[in-house]
Structure formats: structure tokens, C-alpha cells
Write a protein that binds this ligand. Structure first.
Ligand SMILES: C[S@@+](CC[C@H](N)C(=O)[O-])C[C@H]1O[C@@H](n2cnc3c(N)ncnc32)[C@H](O)[C@@H]1O
Length: 273
């Protein structure tokens, strides 16, 4: 982690420090100096529903001032996929940390008018299979309060729900709720990603997307390349999303037909791409 990151975490570990950071960021934003940190929105027309919803979100919460883990271009790539996913259902995020990705996924649901976001996390530093999950020590052992703070600040509470626990133990709650977008970003060990994929992918609706973050991590890449690519019930997306994001569609004939864009859908796609 850079010295900037370390200093940020040190300051953010106290209530007074967080107040100072918030005031500082608000000041920088007011002077226009934080604009360069904004997510790269050039590819979206500003009156596009997703762009409008993201602008609204960023007027309430700024990604540079929230302790998210995804670089902006990857976050935007994932959010665009979530928006474009053509089927009905919910979004499930495995590994939510303090909720920055969660509220961006919720913004995509809001812009698209489709489903809710279920964020699954222990929200605590946990050890399993020898992997240490992201340390929550700087939040007093649990990121849950910070997660709720992020969600409240976003104004998207209605669309966001937290499942507190191990990812492998929460899937039964979705027995009756099809998932349109499954985002896997929890335990990045080979066995962890495999367990998450095998536990949750049966709940994904035909035509829904399964998206892995941190494809650049060796274990994630090895699992995807060895066990996900080439499965007959999964279809790779045409074109590359981002080198660190791997996305695949759960295929079905009816869903394939539904994905064949109609004229208005083609026009919308031209705006987004
Ligand atoms: C990389 S962080 C998620 C980052 C978040 N998506 C973002 O970009 O800001 C991984 C999260 O997964 C959680 N986690 C890891 N393994 C888990 C498991 N087996 N069950 C539940 N949560 C887990 C950790 O607590 C941590 O918050």
C-alpha cells in the first residue's frame, strides 16, 4: 500500500480523523480539485440513465473518500455490466467490505429499475482455509457499521440488504429469488473462489451474469481458466471487459433470444459502449 494509503487509514482510524478527512474532501471537491478522481464517465452520455444515477450517487458519496478496494475504471466496468445485464432478478455481491461497490451496484439497479442488491460478507477479519480476509481491525474488528454508513449516505437503502456471514452459508436465502448479476469478490484463494462459484451460480437466472473480480490474482485466474471457461452452460461475453474483471453469461436459448437487441435496445447500447 502506498504511503498515501497508509496515512489515510491512520487518520481514518479515529472519529476526529474521519471528520477532518470528510471536511478536507468536501473542501477539495468544492474547489473542483477532486474532479480528476472521478470515475471515467466519458464513454457514457451524461443524460444516459446510468450516468445520471452515478452523478446523483457521487453528489452524496465520493469514491475517493470511501475506503473501497476497486480502482475506478474496474468499478465502472462492473457497474456498466450490472446495468446492461438484460434479465430480471437481484444482484448479489460476495465480499462487500465497506459498501462502496455495493452502492455502485445499487445505482445500476436503480438506473435500470431492476432488483435489489444483497451484500454478503462476514464484515469482520475472518480466517478460513488459511486465508486471512481483509483486515477489519481499523474499523474496530467489524466493517458493518461503516457499510451501513456508506449505504445510508448513498440514499439507496431501499435497494440494499446485508447478509452477515460466510458466503457459503447464505445462498439458501436466495432459493426463491433469481439472481441476474453475481459479483464474486470475497475469498480470493482457489478453494474460496471455487466454493463461492459452486454455491451461488445455481441461483443465477438464465441470461444472468457471473463476474469475478481480481482475475489478475493467480488463484482466481487459475480457477476461472481451469474450471469456468469452457463449461457448456456458460458463454463468454463478446469483447474484453477489463483485464482484472472476468465476466460470463449463464446461457439459455430463451435468454439468448432475449439478448438479441431490438432496435431501441441497439440505440441504447450505442450510447453505453
Ligand atoms: C476484497 S474485499 C471486497 C471489496 C469490495 N468488493 C470493494 O471493492 O470495495 C473482500 C471482502 O470479502 C469478505 N470475505 C472474504 N471471504 C469471505 C467469506 N468466506 N465469507 C464472507 N465474507 C468474506 C471480507 O470480509 C472482505 O470484506
Amino acid at each position: 500500500m502506498s504511503w498515501i494509503g497508509q496515512s489515510y487509514y491512520k487518520i481514518a482510524s479515529t472519529r476526529a480523523g474521519r471528520g477532518v478527512l470528510r471536511a478536507g474532501l468536501a473542501g477539495l471537491r468544492a474547489c473542483g480539485l477532486l474532479r480528476e478522481f472521478r470515475l471515467p464517465l466519458e464513454a457514457l452520455a451524461l443524460d444516459h440513465p446510468l450516468a445520471a444515477e452515478l452523478q446523483r450517487l457521487w453528489s452524496r458519496i465520493h469514491w475517493a473518500g470511501t475506503d473501497g478496494m476497486m480502482p475506478p475504471e474496474q468499478l465502472l466496468a462492473v457497474v456498466r455490466l450490472a446495468y446492461e445485464c438484460p434479465v430480471e432478478g437481484d444482484t448479489v455481491e460476495l465480499g462487500a467490505w465497506v459498501g462502496l461497490t455495493t452502492v455502485h451496484l445499487a445505482a445500476a439497479c436503480q438506473a435500470r429499475g431492476r432488483g435489489d442488491v444483497f451484500a454478503v460478507d462476514t464484515f469482520a477479519a475472518t480466517k478460513e482455509r488459511g486465508t486471512t480476509y481483509a483486515s477489519a481491525a481499523k474499523y474496530g474488528g467489524s466493517t458493518l457499521a461503516r457499510f451501513h454508513e456508506t449505504v445510508r449516505a448513498s440514499g439507496l437503502e431501499r435497494r440494499v440488504h446485508a447478509h452477515v456471514g460466510l458466503t457459503t452459508e447464505m445462498a439458501d436465502r436466495h432459493r426463491d429469488r433469481p439472481i441476474r448479476f453475481l459479483f464474486i469478490d470475497a475469498d480470493h484463494s482457489y478453494d474460496g473462489v471455487k466454493a463461492d462459484f459452486e454455491t451461488w451460480s445455481p441461483h443465477v437466472a438464465p441470461g444472468g451474469l457471473i463476474v469475478f473480480h481480481d482475475y489478475a490474482i493467480a488463484d482466481v485466474r487459475r480457477f476461472v481458466d481451469e474450471e469456468v471457461r469452457g463449461q457448456s452452460w456458460l458463454e463468454p461475453l463478446p469483447g474484453r471487459v477489463d483485464p482484472n474483471v472476468f465476466a460470463i453469461t449463464k446461457s439459455s436459448e430463451p435468454a439468448r433470444r432475449a439478448r438479441t437487441p431490438s432496435r431501441p435496445a441497439l440505440a441504447a447500447a450505442a450510447i453505453v459502449r
